[in-house]
Design a protein around this ligand. Structure first.
Ligand SMILES: [Fe+2]
Length: 249
C-alpha cells in the first residue's frame, strides 16, 4: 500500500549545508536575471531572522520562504527542487486562513521532482520564463500505482489528452493544471535552459498532502558542513523552538 514517507522503511540520504547555501544564492541570481523581485525575507541573514521573528509568525506558520530538497534521494542534481513560497495559508487556522498558495520555482535541466500526487491540493504550473517545462502525468490504478490509461489535462483552458507518462512541453507563458489524485512529475527540458516556474494552488500542506510513488522525503536531512546562511521553511522550529510555533497555530 502506498503511504507517506513515514511508512517507508528506507534509508533517507542527506544534503550538505554548503550545497543548500550555494543553491539558494544561485536561485537568487537566477530570479534576479529574470527580473522577478523577491520579498525582503528571501535575503534575510541569520541575525535578521532573530531580529524579525516576533513580527512574522505568518512566515513560520504558513511555511513561506526557501524550500530546497533532494526528496531524500541523495542525488540533488538528478532528483530535487528549488522553491520559494511567496504566500500560503494554514489549513484550519483562523489567523492565517488564506485558501491559496503561490510558489516560485527554479527548475534546472533534467532535475526532476519525485513522482507524487496530492489528495487535496489542485495546482497550476506556469512557465514564466526561460526554457521549456516537461510535465508527465499518470492516473492511479486500483493499487495506487501508475495506471497505463490515457488522461485529459487542462492546458491554458484547453483540454489535452495524453498517454500515460507522455511528455507535455510547456513554453514560456503556458500552464497546466494538476488535479488531486493525479501522479505528476516535472522538470526543465535538457538543452532548453533553466525555467522560472510559478505554482498557483490551493493551500499547500506539505506535511500531509504529498503521496510518493517511491520512497521519498519532502524535506531533506542536512549535514552541517558550514554555517547556515539561510533558513529553509522546514527549519523555522530551530529558530523559535518547536513548542512556540505549535502554540501560535
Ligand atoms: Fe505537486
Amino acid at each position: 500500500m502506498l503511504s507517506q514517507t513515514k511508512g517507508f522503511e528506507a534509508i533517507i540520504f542527506a544534503m550538505y549545508r554548503s550545497q543548500i547555501n550555494h543553491t539558494i544564492k544561485d536561485a537568487i541570481k537566477f530570479f534576479e536575471s529574470r527580473n522577478f523581485p523577491l520579498p525582503p525575507f528571501a535575503y534575510w541573514t541569520i541575525s535578521d531572522w532573530k531580529k524579525e521573528k516576533r513580527s512574522c509568525q505568518e512566515i513560520f506558520t504558513a511555511r513561506l520562504g526557501w524550500d530546497v530538497t533532494d526528496f531524500g534521494s541523495g542525488d540533488f542534481e538528478k532528483t530535487g527542487r528549488i522553491i520559494f513560497t511567496l504566500r500560503n495559508g494554514k489549513k484550519g487556522s483562523s489567523e492565517y486562513p488564506k485558501p491559496y498558495a503561490q510558489k516560485l520555482m527554479y527548475l534546472k535541466e533534467e532535475q526532476k521532482s519525485a513522482i507524487h500526487y496530492h489528495r487535496i491540493k489542485m495546482e497550476d504550473a506556469i512557465n514564466v520564463g526561460g526554457g521549456i517545462i516537461i510535465y508527465r502525468f499518470w492516473k492511479q490504478d486500483r493499487n495506487a500505482h501508475l495506471s497505463g490509461a490515457k488522461l485529459t489535462v487542462s492546458v491554458d483552458g484547453c483540454k489535452v489528452t495524453l498517454k500515460a507518462g507522455q511528455r507535455l512541453s510547456l513554453a514560456p507563458g503556458e500552464s497546466v493544471c494538476t488535479v488531486p489524485g493525479m501522479y505528476h512529475q516535472f522538470y526543465a527540458k535538457k538543452g532548453s535552459g533553466p525555467v522560472m516556474s510559478m505554482e498557483v494552488s490551493g493551500v499547500c500542506d506539505d506535511e500531509n498532502d504529498n503521496f510518493w510513488l517511491e520512497k521519498a522525503s519532502r524535506f531533506p536531512e542536512i549535514i552541517e558542513d558550514e554555517p547556515r546562511q539561510f533558513y529553509l521553511c522546514s527549519e523555522y522550529n530551530k529558530l523559535f523552538g518547536f513548542w512556540r510555533i505549535k502554540k501560535k497555530e
